[in-house]
Design a protein around this ligand. Sequence first.
Ligand SMILES: Cc1ncc(C[n+]2csc(CCOP(=O)(O)OP(=O)(O)O)c2C)c(N)n1
Ligand SMILES: [Mg+2]
Length: 652
Amino acid sequence: MRVRDPQQNQGERIGDAIGILRYCEKLSDQLIRRAPPAWRDNDGAHILASNRNESAKGRPAGNGRLSALDRPVPAGVNAAGFGSDVVADALRATDIPYIALNPGASYRGLHDSLVNYLGNEQPQMLLCLHEESAVAIAHGYAKVTGRAMAAAVHSNVGLMHATMAIFNAWCDRMPIVILGATGPVDAVKRRPWIDWIHTASDQGALIRGYTKWDDQPASPIAAREAVLRANWIANTAPRGPTYVNLDAGMQESKLVQPVEPIDARRFMPPVESVAPPAPIKRAADLLREAKNPLILAGRVSRDLNAWNTRIALAERLGAWVATDLKVAAAFPTDHRLHVGSPGTIGIAAQATDAIREADVILSFDWVDLTGTLKSVLGPGMPSARIVQISVDHHLHNGWSMDYQGLPPVDVFIDCEPDIAVPALMAALGAGKPHAFTPVNKEFPKLEDGKLTVDHLADALRRSVGKRPTTLTHVSLSWNGASWPFRHPLDYLGSDGGGGVGGGPGISVGAALALMGTGRLPVAVCGDGDFLMGVTALWTAAHYRIPLLIVVANNRSFFNDELHQERMARMRNRPVENRWIGQRISDPDIDLAGMARAQGAQGFGPVTAAADLEPTFEKAIAAVEAGAVAVVDVRVEPGYTAAMTAAMTRKSE
Ligand SMILES: Cc1ncc(C[n+]2csc(CCOP(=O)(O)OP(=O)(O)O)c2C)c(N)n1
Ligand SMILES: [Mg+2]
């Protein structure tokens, strides 16, 4: 017998098993017959094309360079023999190329199936040093592809480690299929002590408030269905993480009879939503008459066509457009219609004016519409008519308030913005497009003799030059004015849930998805963020995933220094104590050394602005040669004025 090879055609596959084995093989054939076509082309167009509900072209598949790593010796297993083999087959049927994991005995059955039954291919394991980075990597992968990757975590404790990353992905509306496990549900089968502490009667309760769906299937057939459903639900808008908890007893049980084959595709039908015609017409009527329309461009896809249609709509309407660093690039930030520059917290002054003056506000699933309107207009009813395009309400639950305040809305369009925008264009009908040309927006002024985050950004931008670059993450100190976004993959948004420590893992996952696209993945992390998630680097180094991480190292959890300053001012206490319990110095941490220790290349600390460009150039060369590179830049503490003002507001 030969080990199954997912790349072989059905006809070529070996079928020398007999009897029951042959029957099981048929099942597996059904499940894996869709050997994914090459996902990538040279210019990366695969991820620019619509990446949902599409033909197999848009589907992610494994990367050739990675699949040469961690090869198992052939195990000679050709047929599903155990419960976990059926789960593995189902996972392969989803076309998910990778499963990021930290191991655990609770899923040793599945682990064996992935290695010795599937041959560690499709999905290929990505070993992680912490469950938080396993989930963050899947999160970052989804940010680029729009599709779920898998992550596997150990029972109870592994899931506990993973929770913050799951919450981040949930708030970011990113799909992930998470597989977990529990000690045998049947107490008779539990080993003393360890199986008991790692069994919970309702493990899913740990994460039910911030996952779309979870299940604990009791049989291999039920587990197969659960995996397919988890993938289907995670990838259907509004997207989010799902969780399947695999009973160790079920995984390790021998199949007593063959499992009936199914056509897995029929259990994951593409959910195609359409723009509702009546609200689209009402919105078009409002927008046609608007004197000062404003678009708040929030959660949208990485699709280039959709990006171009958004630009066409804004130009057709002559509408101002605001964007947000909490989410990925939604509109060219140096387009003349783009107001101000995007921020994570707080709105640029120009965007504030546009909100005040707007008579119609068109929201493309803006993350916090209520909060944004209130922060500018105060608590009263806004006089502008409001059109909200969103499917987010389908996800809201009573546990997490990440849905934000309930906005006043005049026309509600219940579909994704990508679908509504072309329909709006059609409903608006012919009209003279407003002729606008891109403008040169000013970059932040750099203060002599200092090394600030603006200096870092300026030198990084120059060093990157014309290379297509994806900012996979930015620090809280980042100034949106320092880096224009001109393409949907130029920026991937923030961590979603405000969970510090997500930056490195998310960036590794994004870099994985960008491999082979010709794009340079660059993360800018705060030192606090970097230190909390730093072991994600080892996974990138081991799997040869090129990535540049620049640490905006102010040697502090500086965000909270501002909060302590605020407290001190409000209470008339000494402001100079704000650093205590915040500063990460004495000793200063050797961040480049932490990178080198994990097989990455470390540069710095850079302490003079003049050294930035030469150092970045070396680091970029290393990344282009396939390395993970980290540059430690010692920046002065400080945030943008808008961010500082929004953060330190009086809260009574
Ligand atoms: C898991 C987690 N712990 C704590 C916080 C509170 N917090 C918000 S920002 C921040 C500081 C982050 O430090 P760093 O990444 O260095 O960015 P800086 O503010 O220094 O620019 C902290 C501790 C959080 N959001 N998430
Ligand atoms: Mg810091």
